[in-house]
Design a protein around this ligand. Structure first.
Ligand SMILES: Cc1cc2nc3c(=O)[nH]c(=O)nc-3n(C[C@H](O)[C@H](O)[C@H](O)COP(=O)(O)OP(=O)(O)OC[C@H]3O[C@@H](n4cnc5c(N)ncnc54)[C@H](O)[C@@H]3O)c2cc1C
Ligand code: FES
Length: 272
């Protein structure tokens, strides 16, 4: 983990209210694993006081990494005002990322909204391992919101898109796209891993579909965070009974968890 003040080398709006920030910091770019996150703070004043957590969305060139973020409040609004050449405070890489294991089986990546961010990094990593091209499924509210791995990170990977308003791709939730993929994998007896990031209701549905199809499933969770280091317990989610502990810290044990580690019946509590 590093605490540093890297330079912003590129910063652009990739969809309305969604930005890709590139930060030059070789130590983080080299050490980071898909699913890990950084805590960012855009300036040294007191408002906003806390750093904000963001997934690393990929390596960019030799010595930089990207953060893909949506403006939702004060911290992200301040972030959006930063210009190329400015420096910001960064802590990371933090947390536990996706387990990609030995080179066998197929991967299905399913993202909702800006939840595609850690999956872009995962796709980039799998593509870099030769024949591990994943299926990439991404759901958005409408065409304007769409973020694709090709457009954002120049990855050579076609995404299957779903939009809730039907303006692009399949009309409906991204989980509609997942079902046929799982059916094919089950039919072929493939060892399949589903990796997902998005709103809690989407993740719960993804976990249920994967379980029903006999696929393993990893989910990347979000929660409001204060320290990002496991100390404040501000980011907990309820653990499933078999975990033997009541709570899981999203920043420390996560943000990526095996789907079965989470108590989905109480998944809303403690989430932002
Ligand atoms: C591990 C992790 C990885 C994350 N990765 C990303 C990422 O790659 N890209 C990204 O855009 N965001 C990501 N987030 C969410 C991001 O941290 C929040 O959107 C951010 O902290 C909001 O800060 P703010 O000051 O702008 O909003 P605040 O002023 O803190 O909140 C403003 C409003 O936004 C709501 N809000 C806060 N967090 C979220 C959220 N996660 N989703 C929807 N509404 C929210 C609040 O409830 C409030 O109503 C991640 C969160 C975690 C825990
Ligand atoms: S944010 Fe402090 S324990 Fe997770």
């Amino acid at each position: 983990m590093f605490e540093c003040e890297p330079e912003i080398t590129a910063h652009r709006e990739v969809a309305p209210g969604t930005y890709l920030m590139t930060l030059r910091e070789a130590s983080i770019a080299k050490q980071a694993r898909p699913g890990q996150f950084v805590m960012l703070r855009a300036f040294s004043g007191m408002d906003p006081l806390l750093r904000r957590p963001f997934s690393i969305c990929g390596r960019i060139g030799e010595d930089a990494f990207g953060v893909l973020y949506r403006v939702v409040g004060r911290g992200t609004a301040v972030l959006a005002k930063q210009r190329t050449g400015d420096r910001i405070q960064v802590l990371g890489p933090l947390g536990n990322g996706f387990q990609t294991g030995p080179a066998s089986g197929s991967f299905i990546l399913a993202g909702g909204g800006v939840g595609v961010a850690p999956l872009f990094f995962l796709a980039q990593t799998l593509l870099g391992q030769g024949d591990r091209t994943p299926a990439f499924l991404a759901g958005f509210s409408g065409k304007q919101e769409v973020l694709s791995p090709g457009d954002v990170l120049q990855l050579d990977l076609e995404a299957e898109i779903a939009t809730e308003d039907g303006t692009l791709g399949h009309a409906g939730p991204v989980t509609d796209l997942l079902e046929p993929h799982l059916a094919v994998c089950a039919e072929q007896g493939n060892k399949t891993t589903v990796c997902a990031c998005g709103p809690p209701a989407m993740l719960e549905r993804v976990a249920a579909l994967a379980r029903a199809a006999g696929a393993s499933c990893q989910v990347s969770l979000e929660s409001a965070m204060a320290c990002g280091l496991g100390a404040c317990l501000g980011c907990t989610v309820h653990a499933a009974p078999q975990e033997g502990i009541p709570y899981l810290r999203v920043c420390r044990e996560g943000p990526v968890f095996p789907a079965e580690a989470v108590d989905w019946s109480r998944a809303g509590a403690g989430w932002s």
